[in-house]
Design a protein around this ligand. Structure first.
Ligand SMILES: Nc1ncnc2c1ncn2[C@@H]1O[C@H](COP(=O)(O)OP(=O)(O)OP(=O)(O)O)[C@@H](O)[C@H]1O
Ligand SMILES: [Mg+2]
Length: 390
């Protein structure tokens, strides 16, 4: 009998715990974010005082991969535990707006998950009112974290904040933490919204010393001792210091570890790190493609396939729609209208996967020209990742 394929593997892995390098893992410690943690505690701890009646609204902004999401999740977890210890009826709710893209779907998700209210058939306003009633009845406070908030409009975010006006007791029961990349925050911000934000945490990219501390911690969680030599580790730090992005380092650790296992090397060499580096796109959340709808995946694939052609830098709506139709037929999917296709393009743009610009044609010619390009990810990688999900 041939040996079990799972038993054959495994013993020679470089990983002590590979799971700790996956995007869904939230580390227990967050080195180099002490100041930000203190600032959040300062803002939120008033919610643990029984007599406190105001809601708190905070924004967390900054470049990609610098711990905004991780900091938020850790804070929510600790806040909830502290509330239990202090006998305060407080709950937390984390939403990634890449997955729940509209105000309506977020409100429905809170209604079903928290209160088992089926949201269908109710308007947003009616549902918010029902939620407010339940919070009031149960004398509860809720801290809602809206991650990737730029998927919503400033008006949508205000609708959540304004829910506090529905409480007859006058207690602001719904607090918010609004998280987004800094460039997108300025687009979201209106005078109305900024007037409601009590504090904004502007996180900066990590310095190379900070990355060293962070990635030493992550390396020791994930790998057996002596898998990565000091020289090789320095190389990883040097690479991600250029982007100041911790995700960059974490992904290189994971990819080069997998490569070391694949070749049965037992150690991570500089060569493997250099190979891993070319496969990592630190601005792109790795799980972003999991959140795409089928039509959006096909739209992304059609653009990726077109831009794979040598020398091709951009495409147009009409051209990519033709490919979209072909791929839909190939995959036996219903061929959507060009209007639906344009909606898919808008979503892909808002998610930062493609860039879609429209410019007027030169004088004399009629109409406008649309130009679709990819942001910072090569067409080959886009095609591979989308095909994986499809
Ligand atoms: N201080 C830190 N200590 C340990 N790990 C960290 C730290 N900061 C970031 N990381 C890790 O780096 C990765 C990226 O962090 P995170 O997802 O929180 O970034 P982000 O700022 O939300 O990025 P984005 O804008 O792309 O959503 C995660 O794997 C996270 O665990
Ligand atoms: Mg994030």
């Amino acid at each position: 009998m041939s040996p079990n394929i799972f038993e054959k593997k495994g013993t020679s892995s470089v990983f002590r715990n590979r799971f700790t390098l996956l995007p869904e893992y939230t580390p227990e410690e967050l080195p180099c974010r002490d100041k930000e943690i203190d600032q959040l505690v300062e803002n939120l701890s008033i919610l643990l005082e029984p007599s406190h009646t105001y809601a708190v609204n905070i924004a967390i902004t900054g470049p990609p991969g610098i711990g905004k999401t991780t900091l938020t999740k850790k804070t929510l977890g600790d806040l909830k535990n502290a509330a239990i210890t202090n006998g305060i009826n407080l709950d937390t709710f984390y939403v990634n707006c890449h997955s729940f893209r509209t105000k309506t779907s977020i409100i429905r998700r809170i209604a079903t998950d928290k209160f088992h209210i089926q949201g269908r058939g109710f308007s947003d306003e009616e549902l918010l009112e029902m939620l407010a009633k339940r919070l009031e009845k149960e004398n509860q406070r809720l801290v809602l974290a809206l991650d990737e908030a730029s998927m919503l409009s400033g008006k949508d975010i205000l609708a959540f904040i304004h829910m506090n006006e529905l409480f007859s007791s006058g207690i602001g029961r719904l607090s918010t933490i609004i998280i987004c990349r800094r460039s997108e925050w300025s687009l979201l911000l209106s005078a109305d919204l900024s007037g409601r934000i009590q504090d904004q945490l502007s996180l900066e990219g990590y310095t190379s010393d900070e990355l060293k501390e962070i990635l030493t911690y992550r390396k020791n969680l994930a790998f057996y001792d002596e898998v990565i030599s000091e020289d090789v580790f320095d190389l990883i730090i040097e690479i991600c210091s250029r982007t100041r992005n911790a995700r960059h380092g974490v992904e290189i650790l994971l990819k080069s570890g997998l490569k070391a296992n694949a070749v049965g090397q037992g150690k991570i060499s500089a060569e493997l790190v250099r190979a891993a580096k070319t496969e990592v796109y630190p601005e792109l959340r790795t799980d972003i493609f999991q959140d795409l709808k089928k039509n959006e995946l096909v739209a992304a694939l059609s653009i990726g396939r077109l831009l794979l052609k040598p020398g091709k830098v951009s495409t147009t709506v009409n051209e990519s729609y033709d490919t979209f139709k072909l791929i839909s037929e190939e995959n036996k999917l219903k061929v959507q209208s060009i209007a639906t296709f344009r909606i898919c393009l808008d979503s892909l743009e808002r998610l930062g996967i493609i860039s879609h610009s429209v410019s007027s044609l030169p004088a004399g010619a009629r109409g406008r020209r649309s130009k679709i390009t990819l942001y910072d990810i090569p067409a080959q990688i886009l095609v591979e990742r989308v095909e994986q999900v499809l």
